[in-house]
Design a protein around this ligand. Structure first.
Ligand code: NAD
Length: 486
């Protein structure tokens, strides 16, 4: 034995103390007031927000893991206990999606967002000594969040980032800024009251593209995490800073001839209709092999979805898609008025009345239809007929646009599942269930609404927001060139 146990213990204790994993000494209930204490994270000025978050980060560094757990506990508690009030606030402000799902997203985040338990150190010990790999915080992170889940994205990011020892400054989507500020204010107030640290989560109350750029460029921001569509993903990747990019998706579904069609139909309705199709992982277009095309459409109707005729689909498309750009760059995008609206509202635009509780509309289109290529974020799904499973997978790959975000298959043929998994190479691949099951909403696993495809981190966790550090203790064997004797 080259290293005594005492020596190992002392190195491990030193490393743990450095990363804030020393035996927890809870902080004073109300520490001395600092410069920005009492603001509860709501700022209009980016410089002030970054300075306040830095101050909070420095205070957090003086605390142990147990305090991080307590801080996250407050965020979880508020997210669960106040999910109805905050979910309703988000619905009233953004006016997209479905209230029951706004509420469920906040509640499930409170339960399933990964926290401090995700931090692990790796230890290598051998003849030459000891190496400990520790996961240290970055400092102050700059986050950009979408309108589709304004407060849920902030909540998940805050739990992950604080568990890892960071503070965060958020530029929310302007159309979800009020609920973002109110949620952040409540989180900070509870944390401040209990632990004496304010402003661990800062939010820009009047966010603009300029404030987003100021966060990207700020010297006090060590890392960027963006959740949104193609423009913000590009901006983050061009920012010159390390960026974690949770970008857009256009998740295809493949249904082959071996699928359980009633189960496939129920899953497609549950996933495609969830929060009116706002989720980036939600089913957006369905490729079905010819042999089961009509039976699957009948199963969809039996399960409660409403089938539109070709004429109705064309009327809906005229209202739901608008052309933007010039010349060769001209392309369709979803119309704001119908984005995230109820199926009954889309049906009216198609010239049809459906019961108000209808979750999903669907119908047959060909592959060139805008509802196939565009990430529609509304509860109408196009179904495309394919000769066989090979063609269905090929089209799925094409219309996923190389985002490598999410794909779904309904099949009982393992070869087809493996083949699709390999070809699609998506961050999330779901078999025989609704898309949200992959995020722990009705399935196994943990939940975050930032799924980093382009930069490869996947569903974000506290480890996503850490830097690796190595602490090495070298044994006598190497220094002296001979085995040491006890
Ligand atoms: P969006 O791209 O319009 O906005 C997202 C955020 O980026 C907003 O805060 C917006 O103000 C900001 N933004 C936009 N352009 C910017 C720029 N050039 N510079 C700086 N900031 C900019 O998206 P949205 O409508 O709010 O959300 C829907 C999109 O987000 C969809 O494409 C969806 O797939 C994607 N999304 C992805 C994930 C994921 O985890 N991968 C999660 C949720 C949403």
């Amino acid at each position: 034995m080259q290293l005594t146990e005492d020596l190992i213990r002392s190195v491990v204790a030193q490393v743990l103390a450095e990363v804030g994993q020393a035996p927890a000494v809870p902080g004073p209930p109300c520490a001395a007031t600092r410069g920005y204490a009492g603001r509860h994270g709501v700022f209009t000025d980016v410089d002030q927000a970054v300075a306040a978050a830095r101050e909070a980060f420095e205070q957090l560094q003086e605390r142990g893991l147990e305090d991080r757990r307590r801080i996250i506990g407050h965020i979880r508690r508020i997210s669960i206990d106040q999910c109805v009030e905050l979910g309703t606030m988000e619905m009233e402000e953004t006016r997209i999606g479905r209230l029951e799902h706004k509420i469920e997203k906040l509640k499930t985040l409170g339960e399933k967002a990964p926290g401090v338990e995700f931090l692990r150190s790796e230890v290598y010990s051998g003849d030459h000594g000891l190496a400990v790999i520790e996961h240290a915080p970055f400092g102050v992170i700059g986050a950009i969040t979408p309108v589709t889940h304004s407060l849920p994205t902030i909540t998940g990011n805050a739990v992950n980032m604080i568990a890892a020892g960071n503070a965060v400054v958020v530029n929310p989507h302007p159309s979800g800024r009020r609920v973002a500020a109110e949620g952040v204010r409540r989180f900070n107030e509870a944390i401040h009251r209990d632990l004496g640290i304010d402003n661990l989560i800062c939010v820009i109350a009047e966010p603009t593209l300029e404030t987003a750029s100021a966060i990207f460029a700020h010297r006090g921001i060590s890392l960027i995490c963006v959740t949104g569509g193609p423009a913000v993903a590009r901006a983050a990747l061009n920012s010159g800073k390390r960026a974690i990019v949770a970008g857009p998706g256009n998740p295809p579904v493949v249904v082959d001839e071996t699928a359980d069609l009633d189960r496939a139909a129920r899953s497609i309705i549950r996933g495609g209709g969830y929060d009116n199709n706002l989720l980036c992982i939600a089913e957006k277009e369905v490729f079905v092999v010819e042999a089961v095309f009509e039976p699957l459409l009948k199963a969809m109707q039996r399960a409660g979805a409403v089938r539109l005729s070709s004429a109705e689909i064309e009327r809906l498309t005229a209202a739901a898609m608008v052309e933007v750009g010039e010349g060769a760059a001209r392309h369709p995008v979803p119309a704001k008025e119908l984005l995230g609206q109820d199926a009954a509202v889309l049906a009216r635009a198609a010239g049809r009345n459906v019961p108000p509780g209808t979750e999903l509309l669907f119908g047959e289109t060909d592959e060139s239809h805008p509802f196939v290529s565009v990430e529609q974020m509304m509860p109408f799904l196009p179904f495309v007929r394919c000769r066989n499973v090979e063609e269905a997978i090929e089209k799925a790959q094409h219309y996923e646009h190389g985002f490598r975000h999410t794909s779904i298959i309904h099949s009982n043929n393992v070869r087809n599942m493996s083949r699709m998994g390999r070809i699609m190479d998506t961050t999330l691949f779901v078999k025989n269930g609704p898309s949200m099951a992959a995020l722990g909403l009705g399935g196994e696993g943990y939940l975050s609404f930032s799924i980093a495809g382009p930069t490869g981190e996947g569903v974000t966790t506290p480890l996503t927001f850490t830097r690796e550090r190595r602490c090495s203790m070298i044994d006598d064997l190497w220094i002296l060139g001979k085995p040491s004797t006890e």
